[in-house]
Design a protein around this ligand. Structure first.
Ligand code: G
Ligand code: G
Ligand code: NA
Ligand code: MN
Length: 252
């Protein structure tokens, strides 16, 4: 309970910050999107990553306030990157608890209206487990798509229901989990999985993003496989908003 109170206070007291990591086109290397990743500047423990507090946030429901803060802050930042000619989509992660909340769509609508970000600039990232767990999630995703918001399936390949999920939900983007990218050059099975996902997604009319790209060799393999876009330390590590803004100015 102490930890929960501490987390809720962190949201209210401005201890959360966002890091931004770009997604670049596999065709020309230009930035097409950016993912917002939350961190907690803890007054005593220092900078914490999501793995250190999202579990607690989910269990306690504090993830609702946290998620609202992330949405509003990221949409406000993204509205500031609009240069009128080279659109950059904003990817925001949504946890199972957030997606299952009856007010989630209202929250998204309010964040867009409050910041002036166009709905078609926003993409909500969901995981396969999220999608599996709740039947109501499907209706929520349909509503988001109705607004013009995109849906990306995160960490693809690590869950159970990959194929049926892609067919039955309004997903536009598949993000291939970084574990497959990490193994693609050395393990035949990982390379085969990447190639199969890209081909299947292509047949379904979905875009593909490879996560965790670190080397030129990985990038070359992914391009050969027909990937749409790339994300990883090779392009930029998740960066504070000002640093991402400077990087974006030279890469759009
Ligand atoms: O960079 P990194 O350690 O931030 O990301 C770890 C995990 O935390 C990723 O799986 C990412 O999807 C998740 N994550 C990052 N930011 C958020 C957020 O704002 N909300 C939710 N629900 N998950 C996030
Ligand atoms: O699950 P989600 O994909 O949203 O998580 C993104 C996580 O992957 C974050 O923790 C982020 O810091 C990390 N990440 C981003 N790019 C790379 C990369 O090139 N290599 C590795 N190992 N991790 C990465
Ligand atoms: Na993500
Ligand atoms: Mn992922």
């Amino acid at each position: 309970a102490a930890a929960e109170a501490e987390l809720r206070a962190a949201v209210a007291d401005g201890q959360l910050v966002l890091a931004y990591q770009p997604v670049v086109s596999a065709v020309d290397g230009r930035c097409t999107a950016v993912e917002a990743l939350v961190r907690w500047h803890h007054p005593v423990r220092g900078l914490l990553g999501p793995d250190e507090f999202l579990g607690l946030a989910e269990e306690t429901g504090a993830v609702l306030e946290l998620g609202e803060w992330v949405l509003r802050s990221a949409c406000a930042d993204a509205a500031g990157w609009d240069d009128g000619s080279t659109p950059v989509a904003l990817h925001v992660n949504a946890s199972p608890v957030q997606l299952a909340h009856p007010q989630f769509v209202d929250l998204v609508r309010a964040a867009l209206a409050g910041t002036g970000l166009a709905a078609d600039r926003l993409v909500v990232e969901v995981t396969e487990t999220t999608v599996l767990d709740s039947p109501a999630v499907s209706a929520t995703l349909d509503e988001l798509v109705g607004l013009g918001v995109g849906v990306a399936l995160d960490d693809f390949g690590t869950g159970y229901s990959a194929l049926t999920t892609l067919r039955s939900l309004p997903i536009g983007i598949v993000k291939i989990d970084k574990s497959f990218v990490a193994g693609a050059l050395t393990r035949t099975a990982d390379a085969a999985v990447v190639e199969a996902i890209v081909q299947m997604a292509g047949r379904l009319g979905l875009a593909t993003v490879a996560e965790g790209v670190e080397s030129a060799e990985q990038e070359a393999f992914l391009r050969m496989a027909g990937i749409t876009a790339l994300q990883g330390f090779r392009y930029l590590r998740p960066a504070p908003v000002a640093e991402f803004g400077r990087w974006l100015a030279g890469n759009r």
